[in-house]
Design a protein around this ligand. Structure first.
Ligand code: FAD
Length: 305
C-alpha cells in the first residue's frame, strides 16, 4: 500500500462484492444499534451477512435469534457462524439442524478459541469435532450448504508454522469449504503472499480478505497482539493523537480502509468481508468510495442531476 486512490471509479462497484459480519447483541441498546446498522447496510445488497457465535457456544440463542430476525425481517441472506468448542458432535449437529430448519443455507465453520481464553491450550471435546476441518465435513454431510472457513495471512497464533496452517486450510477445502475468509490484516503484501502460497499448496477456493475498519485504534492494537495480526508503524502513526478526537479518527479510519480495499482491487481482489463491529458508518462510507451504493442513493443522485 503506497498511495491514495480516492477518485470515484464507477467501474469498480460492478466488480466488487461484499459481505458483512455482525455479532449478536447482549443488551436492548446493543440490539437497537445492530438493527440500525442492518437497516443502513441492507440496501448495499451484500452477498451475505454473517452472525458470530460466542466462545463455547455462549451466544447460541442470541446468534439464532439474530439470524432468524435477519431471515424474517430483511432481504439479506444470513450465514450462521458455528464453533466446536466444548460441544459434543450431537450437540453441534443439533444446532446445525436448528439453523437449517430456520432456512439457513450458509455457515461459517470454525474450531473456535479455547474456552479458557485466547493463548491457552485448546482441548477438543472428547466427543466433539477436533477442528474446523472436521466441522466442515460434518456440515457438508448434513446438507448442501455454502460453507466459509477461516484463514490467517499472518499464521494462526497456535500454529507452529505456515505449513501446518496450509495443511489445515487444505483439509477444510477438501472437506467441502466454499471459501475462506481471512483474519483482518493491514499489510496487503502479506495477504497477496499468503494467497500465492495457498495456491502453491493446492488450495484453490477463494480467499476473501477480512477488512476491519478501525473504530478504535487502541482496542484494535490490543486485539491484534492477541490474534497475531501485525499493526504496521505507518498505521499507528496515522491514528497518533486521535484518541480524544472521534470525528477525525473516523475520517482517518475510512480513508485507511478505503485505501486498503482499493489497493486490493488493483491487485485483482473482487470479494471483501467487512468486520462491521455492528456499526454502519465506516463500512457504508468505504463501500460508497469503492462504488457500492444503495439503489435509492443512486436514484436520488440521477434525479438531482
Ligand atoms: P482451525 O481452522 O481448526 O485451526 C486454525 C489453525 O490453528 C490451523 O491452521 C492450525 O495450524 C492451528 N491449529 C489448530 N489446532 C491445532 C493444534 N491442536 N495444534 C497446533 N495447531 C493447531 N471465533 C468464535 O469463537 N466465534 C466466531 O464466530 C468466530 N468467527 C471467526 C470468523 C473468521 C472469519 C475468523 C478468521 C475467525 C473467527 N473466529 C471466531 C476465531 C477462531 O475461532 C479462532 O481463530 C480459533 O482459534 C481457530 O478457529 P479456526 O476455525 O480458525 O481453527
Amino acid at each position: 500500500m503506497n498511495q491514495f486512490r480516492f477518485s470515484r471509479r464507477p467501474d469498480i462497484g460492478d466488480k466488487v462484492r461484499v459481505s458483512f459480519e455482525f455479532f449478536p447483541p447482549k443488551t436492548d441498546e446493543m440490539e437497537a444499534r445492530l438493527w440500525d446498522t442492518v437497516t443502513r447496510l441492507e440496501p448495499l445488497k451484500p452477498r451475505f451477512v454473517s452472525v458470530t457465535y460466542g466462545a463455547g457456544g455462549s451466544t447460541r440463542e442470541r446468534t439464532a435469534r439474530t439470524v432468524k430476525r435477519i431471515l424474517n425481517e430483511t432481504t439479506l441472506t444470513p450465514a450462521a457462524h458455528m464453533t466446536c468448542v466444548d460441544a459434543a458432535r450431537d450437540q453441534v449437529d443439533a444446532v446445525v439442524r436448528e439453523f437449517a430448519d430456520m432456512g439457513v443455507t450458509r455457515f461459517v465453520a470454525l474450531r473456535g478459541d479455547p474456552a479458557a481464553g485466547v493463548g491457552t491450550a485448546y482441548r477438543p471435546h472428547p466427543d466433539g469435532y477436533a477442528n474446523g476441518a472436521e466441522l466442515v465435513g460434518a456440515l457438508k454431510g448434513a446438507g448442501d450448504f455454502d460453507i466459509s472457513v477461516s484463514a490467517y495471512p499472518e499464521k494462526h497464533p497456535e500454529s507452529p508454522d505456515f505449513a501446518t496452517d496450509f495443511d489445515m486450510l487444505k483439509r477444510k477445502a477438501d472437506n467441502g469449504a466454499t471459501r475462506a475468509i481471512t483474519q483482518f490484516f493491514f499489510d496487503n503484501d502479506l495477504y497477496e503472499r499468503y494467497v500465492e502460497r495457498a495456491r502453491r499448496a493446492g488450495i484453490y477456493i477463494p480467499i476473501v480478505p477480512g477488512i476491519l475498519p478501525v473504530h478504535n485504534f487502541t482496542q484494535v492494537a490490543n486485539f491484534s497482539t492477541r490474534c497475531g495480526a501485525l499493526v504496521p508503524a505507518w498505521l499507528a502513526e496515522r491514528f497518533e493523537g486521535l484518541q480524544n478526537d472521534p470525528q477525525t479518527h473516523a475520517l482517518v479510519a475510512s480513508a485507511v480502509a478505503a485505501e486498503q480495499v482499493l489497493d486490493l482491487v488493483e491487485r485483482g481482489v473482487s470479494d471483501f468481508h467487512f468486520y462491521t463491529m455492528n456499526r454502519a458508518d465506516l463500512v457504508f462510507a468505504i463501500c460508497h468510495m469503492i462504488g457500492i451504493r444503495s439503489h435509492e442513493a443512486e436514484a436520488a443522485g440521477s434525479a438531482a442531476a
